[in-house]
Design a protein around this ligand. Structure first.
Ligand SMILES: *Cc1c(COP(=O)(O)O)cnc(C)c1O
Length: 344
């Protein structure tokens, strides 16, 4: 086995040859002084792409979401979040521990949305007993809801609720470009009336490090200070931005390939007797499935597949996730399906 087919996540992607070349030749400066030309170029490029005043380069999606909540909310205020959202589950409770922001969790529906009546009902009245509602957070695509792109109608209705109630809206768009590719619309259209969005370079776009937080000039002014507070002010960070610039040009146009591979994978899984998969829940590059028969124990399946050179995640007692990404070719999908068929 010479090649490991690593389907655990799109975060395992390695920089392309063009990214490595760009890193080598990047023009650098001190970004805390706002003097790194490559960082400045990346920030301008992403702001223009998503049609925001400004963008800020930050080390991770987690820090990006935290900064957004810190800017939009004050201590003792409340942010409405989905109960399967990355911010609620996977960011170590940062909005509470670092920001003193209370979260109001609303159940996510399987399409990544939330019942808009429940969003309305969650907004607090002005009463000394209550925290003050300031923010609604959305996630697009929705990681724990099968990588589903949010429906434009849901986004529009949530924006209306926010405007009526003087709330802000932040979008965790770690995989926003996957949503745009799946729905065949420009990414800017998916965030055209929200207050801030965070996009990751290090997921499907395959850059080594970094996210961009976008918003108004005033929002980014405050975000820059919080980035410093959190220790995210980096110096010659243009070495990272150089790869990010290439990532935008090179990787956004090929996300559809990942989605096609995910579809081939899902169709193959659906044809296997021992596997249960909801094909209607495969929209982008994330594929979830269960074992239907117990010819093999769930944890044993992962071990046996690893021996055959295929890695993926067990995400529950009988639940698995495979993610397609740059570096995974159609042949790899065919090979993975063949090996799986032997075991289930
Ligand atoms: C990965 C991810 C993040 C966080 O990104 P990191 O760079 O790993 O901190 C945030 N939101 C979603 C939906 C993600 O998938």
């Amino acid at each position: 086995m010479d090649k490991i087919i690593d389907l655990r996540s799109d975060t395992v992607t390695l920089p392309s040859p063009a990214m490595k070349a760009a890193i080598q030749s990047a023009v650098l400066g001190d970004d805390v002084f706002e003097e790194d030309p490559t960082i400045n170029e990346l920030e301008r490029k992403v702001a223009a792409l998503l049609q925001f005043d400004k963008a800020l380069f930050v080390p991770s999606g987690t820090m990006s979401n935290l900064i957004a909540v810190l800017v939009h909310c004050g201590r003792g205020s409340e942010a409405i979040v989905g109960d399967r959202s990355h911010t609620f589950i996977y960011e170590a409770g940062g909005i509470s521990t670092m920001g003193g922001v209370h979260s109001y969790q609303i159940p996510n529906l399987d399409d990544g949305s939330m019942d808009t009546d429940r969003i309305r009902a969650a907004i607090r009245d002005d009463n000394v007993h209550f925290p003050v509602t300031r923010l609604i957070c959305l996630e697009n695509t929705h990681n724990m809801c099968f990588g589903t792109p949010l429906k434009p109608g849901f986004i529009r209705e949530t924006v209306d609720i926010a405007r009526e109630n003087n709330l802000r809206i932040h979008v965790d768009g770690a995989r926003l470009f996957n949503a745009a590719a799946a729905q065949k619309v420009p990414a800017a259209e998916l965030v055209d009336s929200v207050d801030s969005v965070s996009v990751c370079l290090s997921k499907g776009l395959s850059a080594p490090v970094g996210s961009l937080l976008c918003g108004s000039s005033e929002f980014i002014y405050h975000a820059r200070r919080y980035r410093k507070t959190l220790g995210g002010g980096m110096r010659q960070a243009g070495v990272l931005a150089a790869a990010g610039i290439v990532a935008l040009d090179e990787m956004i146009p090929r996300l559809e390939e990942d989605h096609n591979n995910a579809r081939i994978l899902a169709d193959g899984l659906a044809q296997m007797k021992g596997i249960h998969i909801r094909l209607d829940q495969v929209h982008t590059n994330l594929v979830f499935f269960n074992l239907d028969s117990y010819r093999i124990e769930p944890h044993e399946l992962v071990i046996q597949m690893e021996k055959r050179g295929v890695r993926f995640l067990q995400t529950g007692p009988n639940r698995f996730r495979m993610v397609t990404h740059y570096g995974i070719e159609q042949d790899d999908i065919v090979y993975s399906l063949e090996q799986l068929a032997h075991l289930v």
